[in-house]
Design a protein around this ligand. Structure first.
Ligand code: BEZ
Length: 212
């Protein structure tokens, strides 16, 4: 199944390092990140799982639950999570799906046969509280993800939802943002952006980040 932005994230039940997970129930009213790993006991994945564990507080601040996936069995996950704690300075502190039957990998199209016909690529799905897929990124097995960039994308998505702004190229938290082009009503703009805004072009209106 091809999943696209705006689609409802498919629900599933699968084993994990924290017991069986029913995905939609697990997400509840939170945002979520579902991300896949090629295999257990691989070096890049080991660093990624350590990093996401270290960033737990950053994800929690944004009301985001994290959930990883690897197609190896639960017993391997349990042994591997010991290695993660030992080598990465932080124990695994979120569920890792044991997708040995590839149920979830297939549902989310995480196996790209022309890259590798057995193992998942590094897929990332960001899902909002309405269970809509809001971001999809795919990395090859040999490239570790930048989870600070993924946090930045979540900040951008949440700003858009809460304040009707978009974020410009290379935007970082605290920098000016762009008023969404669909917003035309001047009275509403004055109400939403009390710090003011600058019209560079009719379609390019800049305002200080509203939640700072
Ligand atoms: C890794 O996860 O470390 C990895 C997987 C496949 C190719 C290279 C690295």
């Amino acid at each position: 199944m091809t999943l696209r932005l705006g689609d409802i994230a498919p629900d599933f039940t699968q084993e994990s390092t924290e017991g069986p997970i029913s995905f939609h129930q697990f997400l509840g009213n939170s945002w979520g990140i579902l991300f896949s790993h090629p295999r257990d006991f691989t070096p890049v994945c080991t660093t990624e799982l350590g990093e996401v564990s270290k960033l737990k507080g950053e994800f929690a601040k944004r009301n985001v639950k994290t959930i990883g996936l690897s197609v190896d069995p639960l017993e391997d996950h349990k042994k591997w999570s010991g290695d993660i704690g030992e080598t990465q300075g932080c124990a695994l502190n979120f569920p890792l799906l044991a997708d040995a039957d590839k149920k979830v990998s297939k549902l989310y199209d995480m196996i790209h046969p022309n890259a590798n016909d057995s193992f998942t690529v590094r897929s990332v799905f960001v899902i909002d509280p309405a269970k809509k897929i809001r971001l999809i990124i795919t990395y090859p097995a040999s490239t570790g993800r930048n989870f600070v960039e993924i946090l930045r994308c979540i900040d951008s998505l949440q700003l858009t939802d809460n304040y009707k702004v978009a974020t410009p190229v290379n935007w970082k938290d605290g920098e000016d943002v762009i008023i969404v082009p669909s917003l035309k009503d001047e009275a509403e703009m004055k109400r939403l952006f009390p710090k003011g805004y600058k019209t560079v072009k009719p379609y390019l209106r800049i305002t200080p980040q509203p939640n700072k």
